[in-house]
Design a protein around this ligand. Structure first.
Ligand SMILES: Cc1ncc(COP(=O)(O)O)c(C=O)c1O
Length: 377
């Protein structure tokens, strides 16, 4: 298998822990372990956990808790993975064969774009339209799907646009998958990270051939646990578990137990409320900052995720702009180029306020220099 570079992850992996200000993340400020564990008794008990192998598909307790979040799903509908990125990998590895067609929502976290192509599929883009609030046109979906379509891949809520699929679009996905007897692969890692409005509805539960991906990295503010999951038909989940034997075997013992704590119903709601509070507070700061730039930026306010996706009116390529920010101001954001869309920037809005504001100030400083024609541009 020949892989194309996963540009955003490559850049983040290289720089996120080197720069002074990292605004390339799409999740909220992570929760400290002490806060997650809560009381002293639990902290003490955690210190006695063995660094053992855990149940490789996830403990029955964790799978039951996850299943309870998906209607009538049972533990054998669930496979626990190392991050939702591993869940996406396993799904693509299992589903996609050379010569398949895959319809994929764009712009998107580009992992499934790269994987589907790497496994030999022809990827047909389903473009979100900025003028329609980053929704796709259901007619475009109809035109892209055929009897050759193996899977319809969506990201809902979407990264990088922060848009949530509308009711009409949701119906169109379900109908198209049914008509073509195709799989739906729905990456829902931002579900629960809505800035306002109701919680996003999962695509689980209607079409038989559905695989849902989710995890603790974004809406739950626990990326370091590396816990993700897949929900799907039991036979497919069993097959994906065998694939898992060839990747990481299983999640760590510690993370499985910590995930059980995070997903206890009351704790889960408290964590999601924390996320929503951070998103609301920080978005207000960022929106004010954007507005202060007049016509330099245009954007559709994100509905979910700790991200804003901005179009900028400057004659500079997005990778060049981001490279200058990195080198000259030690700030990391994501260039639109990484989503195949020059002229855009994705800025993370999840960090602690002062840090975020310092980052925005540094972006300002560079923008002023560029406008004044100074520096290397
Ligand atoms: C849509 C989407 N899916 C999956 C991932 C991977 O997340 P993780 O492996 O940390 O769960 C990301 C990370 O940014 C993402 O944006």
């Amino acid at each position: 298998m020949k892989i194309e570079p996963f540009e955003m992850e490559r850049m983040q992996s290289t720089w996120e822990n080197v720069v002074e200000i990292n605004l390339s993340e799409s999740g909220v400020e992570p929760i400290p372990l002490r806060e997650l564990l809560g009381d002293a008794g639990r902290i003490e008990a955690f210190l006695d956990y063995p660094a053992a192998y855990s149940q490789s598909n996830g403990t029955p307790e964790l799978r039951a808790t996850i299943a309870s979040m998906y209607g009538d799903a049972a533990p054998d509908h669930v496979l626990v993975t190392n991050g939702s990125s591993e869940a996406n990998f396993l799904a693509a590895w299992h589903l996609v064969e050379k010569g398949d067609e895959v319809v994929l929502m764009l712009p998107n976290y580009m992992q499934l774009w790269g994987l589907a192509r790497g496994f030999g599929a022809t990827v047909k883009p389903l473009r979100l339209r900025e003028g329609a609030g980053w929704q796709f046109d259901p007619e475009d979906l109809k035109a892209a799907v055929s009897k050759r379509t193996k899977a319809i891949v969506v990201c809902n809520p979407d990264n990088p646009t922060g848009s949530i699929m509308g009711a009409e679009q949701r119906k169109a996905v379900l109908d198209a998958a049914e008509d073509a007897d195709a799989w739906i692969l729905s990456d829902e890692v931002y579900l629960g990270a809505e800035r306002e409005g109701p919680r996003t509805e999962t695509l689980w539960g209607t079409h038989d051939k559905t695989l849902v991906v989710n995890g603790l990295s974004k809406a739950y503010g626990l990326p370091g646990l590396r816990i993700g999951w897949l929900v799907g038909p039991p036979r497919t989940i069993a097959a994906l578990w065998s694939h898992h034997d060839y990747t990481t075997i299983g999640p760590t013992y510690f993370s499985d137990r910590l995930a059980q704590i995070a997903l206890e119903p009351r704790r889960r709601e408290a964590i999601l409320a924390r996320t929503r509070a951070i998103l609301g507070r920080n978005y207000a700061l960022v929106a004010k900052w954007i507005d202060a730039h007049g016509s330099l930026f245009s954007y559709v306010p994100p509905q979910a995720g700790a991200i804003v996706y901005l179009r900028y009116a400057l004659r500079i390529n997005s990778t060049e702009l981001v490279t200058r920010l990195l080198k000259e101001k030690s700030v990391l954001v994501v260039p639109g180029d990484h989503f195949g869309m020059d002229g855009y920037l994705r800025i993370g809005t999840g960090p602690e306020e002062d840090y975020l504001l310092r980052g925005l100030d540094r972006i300002d400083a560079l923008l002023r220099e560029i406008k004044a024609g100074r520096g290397k541009a």
